[in-house]
Design a protein around this ligand. Structure first.
Ligand SMILES: [Zn+2]
Ligand SMILES: [Zn+2]
Length: 282
């Protein structure tokens, strides 16, 4: 059984529609795929319907933009009720923050001599309700300022880069609580990828597990090297956390994140599914 619990469609910043993504998941030999677009549930019905048509299990997911002392932390939410009011209100605030940040980023890009217009970015968003930096990057590529998304991030858009602007994120403790209130399971995405280890040190993960009932951490992820994975796996075992693995697939929007390139152990998946729909834990 092959299980991939973290993917993005064109509803956020991937390039496949939800239905295309599910078809590709089947072609990649997956039995279970979770769609986890950023801060939106908008692609899930389409993905689940396509999964039913193809005989592939689609787990309903979402990647919630959280923060810890101003640093961004991503929280995967599985099986959260899209109608849960508190979670929905926070997600709307996050999406508003994404749009609000755009003006600041565009101003900096203009000052840096690589201008793109809001119109150009909106064109890259297509039908996505959740604006992200990859959309700005795509507009920069089309304008001829950079070769690809990677160069746009490396030179301008990455955290701490010259055109980076901080935006609203939910404090991670509250994010976990909101996901639980909505009957979902909370797993921190790529906790130690790209220098995040100092943001989420072992003591904090221990506290999130003990005081907020954090369910799991993503261990097998492209951004973690083998040594990091080994340490995270041990920490998960020590803390009784689920240790998941996933591709963080973005279609052609991110290289080296092919569907199924990292997977979740079936026993972990079954333990995760067993926790779905249990409201107000932690
Ligand atoms: Zn992420
Ligand atoms: Zn992701």
């Amino acid at each position: 059984m092959r299980i991939d619990l973290h993917t993005h469609s064109s509803i956020s910043d991937g390039t496949d529609t939800p239905a295309e993504l599910v078809l590709r998941a089947q072609q990649a030999g997956l039995d279970v795929v979770a769609l986890t677009d950023h801060d939106t549930f908008a692609g899930l019905d389409e993905a689940v319907a396509e999964g039913q048509r193809l005989g592939l299990t689609v787990l309903r997911g979402m990647e919630l933009s959280c923060s810890r002392h101003g640093n961004s932390v991503h929280l995967l939410a599985y099986g959260a009720d899209p109608a849960a009011p508190a979670l929905g209100a926070e997600m709307e605030k996050v999406r508003g923050g994404r749009m609000g940040r755009l003006a600041g980023v565009l101003q900096r890009l203009a000052e840096l001599g690589v201008p793109v217009s809001e119109q150009q970015v909106l064109a890259e968003m297509g039908n996505s309700p959740s604006m992200g930096r990859p959309h700005i990057a795509d507009a920069m590529v089309k304008a001829g300022h950079v070769r690809d998304r990677t160069e746009a991030f490396d030179r301008f858009l990455a955290d701490g880069g010259p055109a980076h602007v901080q935006r609203y994120g939910i404090e991670i403790e509250r994010g976990i609580d909101l996901v639980h209130e909505a009957g979902g399971v909370a797993v921190i995405a790529h906790p130690w990828g790209r220098g995040r280890e100092s943001v989420l040190p072992p003591d904090l993960l221990r506290q999130l597990a003990a005081e907020h009932g954090l369910d799991g951490i993503e261990v097998d992820h492209h951004d973690h090297d083998l040594e990091t994975r080994a340490r995270l796996r041990q920490l998960a075992a020590d803390l009784g956390l689920l240790a998941t693995g996933s591709s963080d697939y973005h279609g052609t929007g991110k290289l080296d994140h092919d569907l199924g390139s990292n997977t979740t152990d079936p026993a972990v998946y079954h333990a995760l599914v067993a926790r779905l729909g249990v409201p107000a834990r932690g």
